[in-house]
Design a binder for this molecule. Structure first.
Ligand code: PMP
Ligand code: GLN
Length: 384
């Protein structure tokens, strides 16, 4: 195995999911929903298979899907993308992120990543030969994770090629404020940095808040690749239909990498996702309301168990401090939790270069049926 991959041999999601299976634990580790997406979208996929949409799609994705993506972004955010050239369909957001790094980062270029980070970012940077520089989210006195804007300004400089941003943020659930986004945009403009924004949770934002794509800030549309995925918006994480939108030159670069990674993928799912983007956004509103209730249900229950809970404003996840229960290390806590209580969770420190700040924090997923959440909470009461 090459030095590029050696530090990344297993994923925490595979490890904890396997442990959960062995112990028959309730798996609140890996973030995937346990209910299906909209029925008309599932029917559209079955119909596409029946109609013979089973061979390679066009290299940039089905035209109907690229058009639906551009239309959704116009309606939601007022941004314009030419579906031919400024929208590329990928095998999930994961491929879009990796292909972006391979396309844009020269060996030795610096890539600034916010930590805790989604687990595939450091691998993508490493595969491209880039040098990762992390900037921490820090806990504010009111328990929100906030962007350390001074650290961000200090991290971005002449060697920075790309900044990777993820809001709504996995694993904290934080949705960056307009003021925080403005600082990100300012440093990108000042140092001529390309922003790669992972917005897979764009529709899963709670408490009446909205999502602001970084690309909508002044001077950013020409330097931002915006990435999203059907997996989260339509509860089909196994379909792996993602996309990246941005200026034609950058999207063409990503396509150059993508075409030799997978070429294309998920042909019959593409028209189904196009259908969903056009007709099932009310379903997504229902999902958002449901998830907001589930966040509250799990956060309140975890507080009752005795955790100090840091519930964010979006995504599938809440974070909890294990110290009030007499533990001090989240990784140890998560490795023994399935055996001890029959529940699985993910430690935050695996998403960090500087784990000390989050050593006591673990992530629970709430994208599960209420009875599953309640069963997990009942089991966790054994920890008291
Ligand atoms: N980015 C983030 C922040 C995620 O949480 C996930 C999925 N959990 C992904 C990317 C991957 O998305 P996809 O399954 O579409 O590749
Ligand atoms: N994105 C999911 C999570 O954060 C997991 C995806 C995966 O297993 N790679 O839980």
């Amino acid at each position: 195995l090459t030095s590029r991959l050696r530090p990344f041999t297993s994923t925490i999601f595979a490890e904890i999911t396997e442990l959960a299976k062995q112990t028959e634990a309730v798996n609140l580790g890996q973030g995937f929903p346990d209910t299906d997406g909209p029925a008309s979208m599932l029917r559209a996929a079955r119909q596409a298979i029946a109609d013979g949409v089973n061979q390679y799609s066009p290299g940039t994705g089905e035209p109907a899907l690229r058009e639906a993506i551009a239309e959704q972004r116009r309606n939601h955010y007022g941004v314009e993308h030419d579906p031919d050239g400024e929208v590329l369909v990928t095998v999930g957001a994961t491929e879009a992120i990796t292909a972006s790094m391979l396309a844009l980062v020269e060996p030795g270029d610096e890539v600034v990543v916010i930590e805790p980070y989604y687990d595939s970012y450091p691998v993508a940077v490493s595969l491209a030969g880039g040098v990762r520089r992390t900037v921490g989210l820090r806990q504010s006195p009111d328990h929100r994770f906030e962007l350390d804007t001074e650290a961000l300004r200090a991290a971005v400089g002449p060697r920075t090629r790309v900044l990777v941003l993820n809001s709504p943020h996995n694993p904290t659930g934080t949705v960056l404020t307009d003021a925080e986004l403005a600082v990100v945009a300012e440093v990108c403009r000042e140092h001529d940095v390309i922003a790669v924004t992972d917005e897979v949770y764009e529709h899963l934002v709670f408490d009446g808040r909205g999502h602001t794509p970084l690309a909508t800030l002044p001077g950013m549309s020409e330097r931002t690749l915006s990435i999203s995925s059907a997996g989260k918006s339509f509860s089909v994480t196994g379909w792996k239909i993602g996309w990246v939108c941005g200026p034609a030159e950058l999207v063409a670069a990503v396509r150059s990498a993508k075409q030799f990674m997978s070429f294309v993928g998920g042909a019959p799912f593409q028209p189904a996702v196009a259908h969903a983007l056009r007709t099932e956004l009310d379903w997504v509103r229902g999902l958002r309301e449901d998830l907001q209730r589930k966040r509250n249900r799990l956060a309140n229950g975890l507080s009752e168990v005795g955790f100090e809970v840091l519930a964010g404003e979006g995504t599938y996840f809440v974070c909890a401090d294990v110290r009030p229960l007499g533990f001090d290390d989240g990784a140890e806590f998560c490795r023994s939790l399935p055996e001890r209580a029959g529940v699985a969770a993910i430690p935050l420190q695996v998403f960090c270069d500087n784990p000390d700040a989050v050593r006591h924090l673990v992530r629970f997923a709430f994208c599960k049926r209420d009875k599953v959440l309640d069963e997990a909470l009942t089991r966790l009461h054994k920890l008291r």
